[in-house]
Design a protein around this ligand. Structure first.
Ligand SMILES: Nc1nc2c(ncn2[C@@H]2O[C@H](COP(=O)(O)OP(=O)(O)OP(=O)(O)O)[C@@H](O)[C@H]2O)c(=O)[nH]1
Ligand SMILES: [Mg+2]
Length: 289
């Protein structure tokens, strides 16, 4: 995957930005597709770029690059990138397929929220693997926050129920809920997420809620499919795009913003506790192009 991304990047870098002809636009469109933006987004971006370059009489390569950055940044601007944590407690469900960085992102987010003065409680609702609770516990220690967990195979809904009760009793500001990524099929996934959602509705009906999908930037086009399914089963308020510290650029987030209207809220830039940054569309498109 790393090598493929390098090839993709090299492809992007071979574009001669000063030669603005049809061939340039074709090559650019192909590069955008290879950067995982998807065919529809790439075609639309290039069409708009043509218009801007023509109308504004842009002649320099740098001017074209900047115009393209602006177009993509606009595509990414589909909603509030800040978390809505207006209530006490508020609840953040972290979902996504296995290995994308859910548990790690929770650890990082816990630290960040704690630094903002919030009292954070972690909910270990991934009871699918024995190690999942242990892993979250380590993050709770690192971030110096509380955790509610149970045993392997326990009902995730029961863990969430206990977490919400603990949050209310102790006056926690935010509950960050880890979930299992390894549910065998869509029906299982749907059932489990619906159950968790119902428990939140029942136990904390007025709580501000975020449902964040964690996406691995190296996933490529499949990320859009993942986002579609999770949006359908759980509703999504945002994306955490992880592993952007490697060669992958995560261009799929532009397609997700465009097609599903879900904004990126955070990016993961490493395995350490401080390697989570609020998403900055301008900085992102600068890095992409
Ligand atoms: N380089 C890099 N690695 C990351 C990042 N986020 C997570 N990882 C690594 O990705 C691997 C999987 O992370 P987890 O947090 O366990 O992923 P998960 O989604 O909770 O996985 P499951 O619980 O098995 O579904 C770990 O080795 C993490 O250190 C990131 O932003 N950058
Ligand atoms: Mg996990």
């Amino acid at each position: 995957m790393g090598l493929f991304s390098k090839i993709k990047k090299a492809w992007f870098d071979t574009i001669i930005w000063e030669t603005i002809d049809d061939e340039f636009y074709d090559e650019l469109e192909e590069s955008l597709i290879l950067a995982d933006l998807g065919a529809a987004v790439a075609a639309d971006a290039v069409k708009r770029l043509r218009d801007v370059v023509y109308n504004d009489k842009i002649q320099s390569g740098e001017g074209v690059k900047q115009a393209l950055r602006d177009i993509l940044a606009e595509k990414l601007d589909v909603g509030d990138t800040a978390l809505n944590l207006a209530t006490q407690p508020s609840v953040v469900l972290i979902i996504g397929v296995n290995g994308v960085g859910k548990t790690t992102s929770i650890g990082k987010l816990a630290k960040r929220l704690k630094s903002d003065g919030k009292r954070v409680l972690l909910c270990a609702a991934d009871t699918f693997r024995a190690a999942a609770g242990d892993q979250l516990e380590i993050w709770a220690q690192r971030a110096e926050c509380e955790i509610v967990r149970s045993t392997e195979g326990a009902d995730p809904g029961a863990v969430l129920f206990d977490s919400l009760a603990a949050a209310k009793a102790r006056g926690a500001d935010v509950v960050l809920c880890d979930t299992a990524g390894r549910l065998h099929n869509k029906v299982n996934l749907m059932n489990e997420l619906a159950k968790l959602s119902k428990i939140i509705d029942r136990e904390t009906p007025d709580a501000a809620r975020e449902t964040l999908l964690v996406l691995d930037a190296t996933t490529g086009q499949n990320g859009l499919q993942q986002a579609k399914i999770f949006k359908e089963v759980a509703g999504l308020t945002g994306i955490i795009l992880t592993k952007l510290d490697g060669t992958a650029k995560g261009g799929i987030c532009v397609a997700i913003a465009q097609e599903l209207g879900v904004p990126v809220k955070f990016v993961g830039l490493g395995e350490g506790i401080d390697d989570l940054q609020p998403f900055d569309a301008q900085a992102y498109v600068n890095a992409l192009i």
